[in-house]
Design a protein around this ligand. Structure first.
Ligand SMILES: [Zn+2]
Ligand SMILES: [Zn+2]
Length: 342
């Protein structure tokens, strides 16, 4: 028989279809990616084309050359104009799309991706995330800042040049509110943070732990929605990503950089999304919520059953996926890894 598992934090149910369970190496990306040049004169994110994008809101520079650059999305879904006033007509509710939609260009080099960047460069990317996250929450109209990365066509990428995005919204959607509520109920019941407890339990067995360092732990959730799903949690309890210290950003760069490198090598550059789940403005510093990164490889497509029931069918055991990723051999230094990928 198959096995049903529930994720304590999201309360999502997943079915592990044991009959159809596949070996971890069967998830390797079969499609050959196009070989990319390190520089593309027609790419709006490549150096020299800065005037093709809206003016930058942040940049990190070395010897006059930007290393990471942030600007509003040219086709922004949100902008810092308008108010939060609700318009109603009976049951029909609407409001201005006030907020921000920015692009974080992660490297001047066209052919890199987060899984092939040196960890020192990943750190610059995370510093950009944190800086923009803090700045946007200063605007009283903003309730939530969501940072995410789409990689590959199944993950919704439209531009190849390595980049992440950030969207600041004037509302907290039910999806986020429900996770906050689940965490708060757990805290009220047990007097502990659900995520701190999850971390403790994962570290007690280490069955699903993929890697850990002084500040972060990366594991495959017990009820993973997709094969090779990964969660990266800070060891230190914090509700908001924006409060991450410099030292933690360092540890996060090493942890996220390594996790993405293992995924990149182990599955041959699969499509994926990653998201930073963090508390909304009103709950930036609470004992019940713990910010974290979720990496969701797009190895299967949710279909009718998933959309109709919210139950996910997966054909991989998280324990086996974690073991497989732990065993991926990394090159001695990430510069070598970057060479290999280009
Ligand atoms: Zn480019
Ligand atoms: Zn916690």
């Amino acid at each position: 028989v198959s096995e049903l598992r529930q994720n304590a934090a999201t309360r999502d149910w997943v079915v592990i279809a044991t009959e159809r369970a596949e070996r971890p190496d069967q998830f390797r990306n079969e499609r050959r990616r196009r070989r990319l040049p390190p520089y593309d004169p027609n790419c709006p994110f490549c150096p020299g084309n800065e005037e093709k994008t809206p003016p930058e809101t942040y940049a990190s520079r070395l010897d006059g050359q930007w290393q990471v650059r942030v600007m509003p999305n040219k086709f922004a879904a949100f902008a810092l104009r308008g108010s939060r006033e609700r318009n109603t007509q009976g049951l029909l509710l609407s409001m201005d799309g006030v907020g921000a939609h920015e692009v974080i260009v992660e490297s001047p080099q066209h052919d890199k991706t987060i899984g092939t960047l040196p960890f020192s460069q990943v750190r610059l990317v995370l510093e950009a995330y944190r800086s923009r996250f803090r700045a946007l929450l200063e605007d009283h109209r903003i309730e939530l800042v969501t940072i995410f990365r789409n990689h590959g066509e199944h993950a919704g990428t439209s531009l190849i040049h390595p980049h992440s995005q950030l969207i600041a919204t004037p509302i907290v959607p039910p999806f986020v509110r429900e996770r906050m509520d689940t965490a708060r109920h757990y805290y009220d019941q047990w007097g502990e943070c659900l995520y701190c407890d999850m971390l403790k339990q994962e570290l007690a067995t280490r069955e699903r732990v993929i890697l850990e360092n002084e500040h972060f732990v990366c594991f495959a959730p017990h009820a993973s929605r997709q094969p090779f799903e990964m969660w990266l949690l800070p060891r230190h309890h914090r509700s908001s990503f924006g409060d991450t210290s410099d030292e933690e950003i360092h540890g996060m760069a090493d942890g996220l950089g390594e996790a993405m490198a293992r995924l990149h090598i182990g599955l041959d550059d699969p499509d994926y999304n990653y998201m930073i789940h963090t508390a909304p403005y009103a709950e930036l510093d609470v004992r019940h919520y713990h910010w974290h990164v979720q990496v969701l490889p797009r190895l299967t497509t949710p279909a009718g059953f998933e959309l109709g029931s919210g139950i996910y069918i997966t054909t991989a055991y998280p324990e086996q996926s974690a073991q497989y990723l732990r065993q991926v051999e990394l090159p001695e230094n990430l510069e070598a890894l970057a060479e290999r990928a280009s």
